[in-house]
Design a protein around this ligand. Structure first.
Ligand code: HEC
Length: 142
């Protein structure tokens, strides 16, 4: 059977297209902070951290815009402050009533991940929060 040149071109174009998609998927950088933010924070803070998540409407407190943390802190990302807020376990009662206490949630999540052997859940909590801070820092407006 003789293939027409147009069919060969078409087949080549389809294969290149599939290859291109596969290549793009394979080269996408693993970004744990982004993944965590989009999975757990974006519902309230919005996908780009601007405080406009779909759940914000149901809360008593306004949801802050997380892209201006640096701008409101003299151009420096407030790591320690943001860490404490996200962790939430050290906050004074009455603060952060709508913002979930992620330090507790991550502690609970750590247990099944390391069920079979001794572990320090603080390492798990810390790595989650640090990856979030890394991502938040990249969302900052100038
Ligand atoms: C249920 C909604 C909700 C979710 C989910 C949520 N937050 Fe919040 N967040 C808030 C609210 C509301 C505030 C304002 C303080 C308060 O009332 O608790 C806040 C405050 C903050 C602040 C302090 C901002 C400032 O300007 O002082 C940071 C940082 C923050 N959140 C980060 C996160 C991160 C990171 C996540 C995901 C791990 C997250 N939040 C998930 C609702 C939420």
């Amino acid at each position: 059977m003789k293939l027409k040149p147009t069919r060969i071109l078409l087949a080549a174009a389809v294969m290149m297209g599939i290859g291109g998609i596969a290549a793009a998927a394979g080269t996408e950088k693993f970004d744990p902070g982004k993944r965590e933010f989009e999975a757990t924070c974006a519902t309230c803070h919005g996908k780009m951290g601007e405080g406009n998540g779909s759940y914000a409407f149901y809360l008593n407190s306004p949801v802050p815009n997380l892209t201006v943390l640096s701008r409101n802190n003299g151009g420096v990302f407030p790591y320690a402050y943001a860490y404490a807020i996200i962790d939430g376990r050290q906050l004074v009662k009455g603060h952060g009533q709508d913002m979930p206490i992620w330090g507790l949630r991550y502690t609970v999540e750590a247990a099944p991940s390391y069920d079979d052997y001794g572990h320090n859940s603080e390492v798990f909590v810390r790595s989650r929060i640090l990856s979030l801070l890394d991502y938040l820092n990249r969302l900052q407006v100038k």
